[in-house]
Write a protein that binds this ligand. Structure first.
Ligand code: SF4
Length: 350
């Protein structure tokens, strides 16, 4: 039997009753959850919802990141990865280089390539078509989880793929929140699944975070196309906001728990170990998270912003991290189907 709910914070009583009854929480409830110091009570509630959905299962995958270019026309103040074309450290992989990168890393067969890059002003659209088809030809079993909504919108605009009605919504460089939601909606309408993130711990406040969560929840009510929500702790080093402090463990844990409680229509909440550190990600598995992400192999984006975590993790270390949190490790593919593997190959249960 789980221990009973206890709190000295009377404001949490009505939220406890709603969660037990399976009722949806609102923005005021969210403000209370952010404001309370009783992280254990918030965690108790988030864990209840997490175990209702997934029991003891905790998901991970064997994946590899590929960042084909860090050249970017945008200059987001939160980013230490993007570079102008002629800046020191700017790179763009030739296609062969991208294919070699994809093949390098640990010996276990990966089930997913996670492909993200900058908004390159000159790379032809054909480069991306060749990248995707070349990877698929060489690694037919690997799922290509490619591009953020921002990249999709930028590429579509440059390749003039969208009708004017859609294109006029897309600004020159980076899209705003409503354009992001429109792009995600379009992706879901054509049958793609996607994930959603939120970078927190910079200049935003509790209201801003709730606004972000509730907008995602509303779109998910419409499309049911999101699989996972991933809160991303802001890493300030080498960004234009380098004077800001890093997030604390308490905020990282609380953000996981609040996300699980507010996003009642998202199947999965991920504690991305690269962002939170493996130790905090492990604790998060008891505070609402059911996924820790994967082996990654080579992480550039947060390491450019001063992350001190390893660039990748072996499968066996992820399994240990999950087991020691008292959860059952389940290797999944990109679509959360269970993966069974031998030393050198894998099969996905469909
Ligand atoms: S966050 Fe993305 S769009 Fe913004 S500068 Fe960095 S790479 Fe470019």
């Amino acid at each position: 039997m789980p221990h009973s709910f206890q709190t000295d914070d009377l404001r949490l009583g009505p939220i406890h009753d709603k969660v037990l009854a399976g009722e949806r929480l609102n923005s005021d409830d969210g403000l209370v959850l952010y404001a309370t110091g009783d992280i254990l009570a918030v965690g108790w509630l988030a864990n209840l919802v997490r175990e209702r959905l997934h029991g003891d299962k905790a998901y991970f995958n064997v994946n590899r990141h590929i960042n084909p270019t860090n050249v970017c026309v945008a200059a987001c103040r939160l980013c230490a990865f993007g570079r102008k074309k002629d800046a020191a450290g700017a790179y763009t992989m030739a296609l062969e280089e991208a294919f070699e990168t994809a093949a390098s890393g640990y010996s276990e067969a990966v089930t997913e390539f996670h492909i993200v890059g900058g908004l390159h002003p000159d790379l032809p659209f054909q480069y991306f078509l060749d990248l995707i088809s070349g990877l698929k030809q060489r690694f037919p079993q690997v799922h290509l989880k490619a591009f953020t909504m921002v990249e999709v919108a930028y590429l579509a605009k440059r390749a003039k793929l969208f009708a004017d009605r859609i294109r006029h919504m897309i600004c020159d460089h980076k899209i705003d929140g409503s354009e992001w939601l429109s792009t995600a909606k379009l992706a879901h309408q054509i049958g793609l699944k996607s994930n959603a993130t939120m970078l927190y711990g910079h200049i935003e406040n509790d209201e801003d975070r709730l606004d972000h969560l509730l907008k995602l929840r509303a779109l998910q009510d419409e499309t049911n196309g999101f699989q996972t929500f991933i809160p991303l702790a802001f890493h300030p080093e080498h960004t234009a906001l380098a004077h800001l402090p890093k997030t604390t463990g308490m905020l990282d844990i609380k953000q996981i728990a609040v996300s699980r409680l507010l996003l009642d229509n998202f199947p999965h909440i991920k504690a991305y170990w690269q962002m939170m550190t493996p130790k905090i990600a492990q604790i998060a598995l008891r505070f609402g998270a059911d996924d820790v992400d994967g082996t990654v192999v080579e992480e550039k984006i947060y390491h450019d912003a001063g992350a001190t975590t390893p660039q990748g993790m072996q499968r066996k270390d992820l399994v240990r991290l999950i087991r020691e949190a008292g959860r059952e490790p389940i290797e999944r593919d990109t679509l959360y189907r269970p993966v069974a593997r031998t030393e050198t190959s894998f099969t996905v249960s469909v």
